[in-house]
Design a protein around this ligand. Structure first.
Ligand SMILES: Cc1ncc(C[n+]2csc(CCOP(=O)(O)OP(=O)(O)O)c2C)c(N)n1
Ligand SMILES: [Mg+2]
Length: 349
């Protein structure tokens, strides 16, 4: 932890190149497929929402895919992953079935939360996805509990919690950072700093745009990465996660990114917000994490345009099949209302 002055908290190079030497060609191709899959699901969700086919709100992460993909590449299915309201990418990057996601968005009995929660209450225990919740910073202390349980079991399992830059404006975030450090919990904090909390830019909310300074003030090891550069995210998260598994934690990864859609649903939010300009959006679109990886893979002759078109077709079919299957599923019955509730210390079925 060499940083001891606020001047040392610097934005990473946001236009650097992707370093393919880190991993095999197959690894990058798998990541490309995953990122494209997530993006195509998000775009589909945006259009279903605009057509009125999804009733609850959806927070889309198009533009932020490299973070979930890069971090998840270093995780095991028995790690404990927590998210917040913008969680589709985190869910899908753990190999969770998009059918479970679509069924949940449609409020169907077969959904990831039995159709009871919608976009902000996803769950897939089999892949370690311990849930999204709408309460900003709500999962942060819960993730600490999961990490501490693993520490007490002396296992190599870790917990990861994704949150946005807005979450550092909640007191519980700071209590958790402090306790995680004091108890050396194997917890990776992943801040997706997309510079906005709802419609307000971070420069209007904070004296400095990088939030890693809160990790530093708790003497927690941190890395600040270009969240739209997949090799940057993969390398830095791998270093932090390996250390957590071997010698405990915590650690903090701040990934700078930007969302293509507005705060909620399918709109772009140029006109509603303050300081979300078309110009900024164009700059950030030119830093699209998928386009950057794709360009590099084509440049290095690892894939060609035909490969990309076939990949699109394959994913389109998978997504449409998942949607079709979910659409024809039944909704929960009235009797389901009383199931899965805690009552007198017991789960009522
Ligand atoms: C405790 C709490 N306060 C306020 C809200 C309303 N709210 C929902 S999302 C959000 C913005 C969160 O911004 P950030 O954490 O940066 O995540 P992002 O939406 O940018 O991914 C706010 C204020 C909430 N859900 N919970
Ligand atoms: Mg944000």
């Amino acid at each position: 932890l060499a940083t001891n002055s606020i001047d040392n908290f610097e934005f990473p190079d946001l236009d650097g190149s992707i370093d393919l030497s880190l991993q095999s060609d197959d690894f990058w191709k798998k990541c490309l497929k995953e990122m494209l899959y997530i993006r195509m699901c998000e775009v589909k969700i945006a259009s279903l929402k605009s057509e009125g086919l999804i009733s609850g709100p959806v927070h889309l992460a198009a533009g932020q895919e490299a973070i979930a993909t890069g971090v998840s590449a270093n995780l095991n299915s028995n790690d404990h992953i927590f998210s917040a309201h913008r969680s589709h990418a985190h869910f899908l990057a753990l190999n969770s079935d998009p059918y479970l996601l679509f069924a949940e968005l449609f409020g169907k009995k077969t959904g990831a939360s039995k159709g009871m929660g919608g976009s902000m209450h996803l769950w897939d225990g089999s892949n370690g996805f311990n849930g999204s919740v709408p309460i900003v910073a709500g999962t942060v202390p819960i993730a600490l509990g999961a990490a501490l349980a693993e520490k007490f079991r002396s296992s190599e399992r870790i917990a990861v919690v994704y949150f946005g830059d807005g979450a550092v404006e909640e007191g519980v975030m700071h209590e958790t950072l402090n306790l995680a450090r004091v108890l050396e919990a194997p917890l990776l904090f992943v801040c997706e700093n997309n510079l906005f909390s709802s419609h307000m830019h971070i420069s209007l909310r904070q004296p400095h745009q990088l939030v890693s300074r809160f990790a530093f003030s708790n003497l927690i090891e941190f890395e600040i990465v270009d969240g739209n550069n997949l090799s940057d995210v993969t390398r830095k998260s791998s270093q932090l996660i390996n250390k957590l598994r071997k010698s405990g934690g915590p650690a903090f990864l701040e990934a700078i990114t930007y969302r293509h859609y507005g705060h909620v649903d399918w709109r772009i939010d140029i006109d509603v917000g303050i300081y979300r300009s078309q110009e900024d959006l164009s700059i950030w679109r030119s830093r699209d994490p998928i386009e950057r990886l794709l360009k590099k893979l084509i440049q290095e002759s690892i894939i060609d345009q035909k490969y990309v078109s076939e990949l699109h077709e394959e994913l389109d079919l998978l997504i449409n099949n998942a949607i079709k299957k979910a659409e024809s599923d039944p909704e929960p019955d009235m009797s389901d209302m009383m199931r899965n509730l805690f009552s007198g210390g017991k789960t009522a079925e």
